[in-house]
Design a binder for this molecule. Structure first.
Ligand SMILES: [Zn+2]
Ligand SMILES: [Zn+2]
Length: 404
């Protein structure tokens, strides 16, 4: 009696045994649906209806027999075979007209507690793939999204989550080339020869990322974010200067950080290569420690140099008067004859050459106040000793021993 009431309350369609039989058989006959579809639409279909529905397995008007076609899963396996990945998710796309027929059935037969075609297929394909893939199903931020598109001609489409690698490089030769020249064929506008990057294949680190690395990683050409602009003529040591590579598509995503070569171009060594979970870590600010040796063309004392740095606030003014405040801190100054050795900690984004008064900043940007007046000093040597993520506290303070 309780069971009867339960059913009665939950099912708006007539619930006596005789009527129910009639109803589900009528549904099968009217819409020519298979037993798989019948089971997800009606909780306990009658045997008579099920037997009739079985005859529509190869011609079901709703599911187009997808649950009975093994080759669909095989196609998905082929589509994801080029990738190495850890996590995936499954989506299903259906033609609107099929979904409309289903809505019509649901309304006409006043169905409740049914599983929709889309959800039913998705669950079915998820289970089928779980049997043959060793990777983990993950709904949020999967590496691959396997889309079964039944809306037109059946196709499996793979959507990849973008992939980031962080690389730290050290530069032990001051004349190692970091940035690529413009492509000669198109003068930077982008052409077939430069793969539409506008950059030449000239043996620089940047050209290594554009021309050599995609072949090694089986990837698209990465978008490159430099944590620091290269300081021309400097060396870079310590933990190295970070670069972020952003790939739209990459086949070898699991091994990628391991197969990045250590010595990409002459004078440059990668000391770190790791994959990143998100792009958040790419927008950090950095602090670097630099060591400069300057030739003094006029006599300058240690005190004078310290006084000029003062509180260490530098103002950068960009286009349309946009202003950035940056910090510099002097760690050590020593003067011997006409040579000055400076250890400085500074925020990223400051054009060092403009700041020490050796070169004008690019026209759109000014750096004030400059440390030296024109011709007061000339640069002998500049080294980036260390680059640190500003938000990582208490790590990587590799200051030289003599610095305080
Ligand atoms: Zn069906
Ligand atoms: Zn070009």
């Amino acid at each position: 009696m309780r069971a009867y009431h339960y059913k009665f309350l939950n099912r708006p369609y007539p619930c006596t045994l005789k009527l129910r039989l009639k109803n589900d058989v009528r549904l099968v006959r009217e819409y020519k649906i298979c037993d798989w579809c019948l089971r997800r639409l009606i909780k306990e279909p009658s045997n008579k209806a099920l037997t009739e529905a079985e005859s529509f397995r190869s011609s079901c008007s709703l599911c187009h027999s997808i649950p009975f076609r093994g080759e669909i899963v095989d196609e998905a396996l082929v589509a994801c075979s080029p990738y190495s990945f850890r996590t995936y998710n499954v989506s299903v796309r259906m033609d609107a007209s099929v979904l409309k027929i289903e809505d019509e059935i649901i309304a006409k037969y006043k169905l409740v507690n049914y599983i929709t075609l889309k959800k039913g297929l998705r669950d079915h394909l998820k289970r089928a793939l779980a049997k043959v893939l060793n990777q983990r199903l993950q709904e949020v931020r999967p590496e691959l999204n396997i889309v079964f598109d039944f809306s037109d001609k059946f196709r499996v489409k793979i959507y990849e989550r973008a992939y980031q690698i962080r690389i730290n490089y050290i530069k032990f030769l001051p004349d190692s080339k970091i940035n690529a020249n413009l492509c000669k064929a198109c003068n930077g506008r982008g052409c077939n020869e430069c793969k539409y990057t506008g950059k030449a294949n000239d043996g620089s680190l940047e050209s290594f990322f554009i021309y050599a690395l995609p072949t090694i990683l089986n990837s698209t050409i990465p978008r490159i974010t430099w944590a620091l602009k290269d300081i021309e003529g400097s060396t870079v040591s310590g933990n190295g200067s970070p670069i972020y590579l952003h790939f739209r598509s990459i086949y070898d995503r699991i091994r990628a950080p391991l197969i990045v070569p250590e010595n990409p171009v002459h004078g440059i060594k990668f000391i770190l290569s790791q994959s990143l979970e998100s792009t958040e870590s790419m927008i950090r600010d950095f602090t670097m420690t630099i060591k400069m040796v300057l030739k003094l063309n006029v006599p300058l004392s240690e005190e004078e140099i310290r006084k000029r740095i003062g509180k260490g606030t530098i103002t950068l003014t960009g286009v349309e008067g946009k202003i950035w405040k940056k910090n510099v801190k002097i760690l050590k100054v020593s003067i011997l004859n006409n040579l000055a050795e400076l250890y400085i900690e500074m925020d990223s984004g400051i054009n060092v050459y403009s700041w020490i008064g050796l070169r004008k900043a690019p026209s759109a940007k000014s750096v004030e106040p400059a440390l030296f007046f024109e011709d007061e000093v000339s640069l002998v040597k500049i080294d980036v000793l260390d680059v640190r993520d500003r938000c990582i506290k208490g790590e990587l303070v590799n200051l030289p021993n003599q610095a305080k």
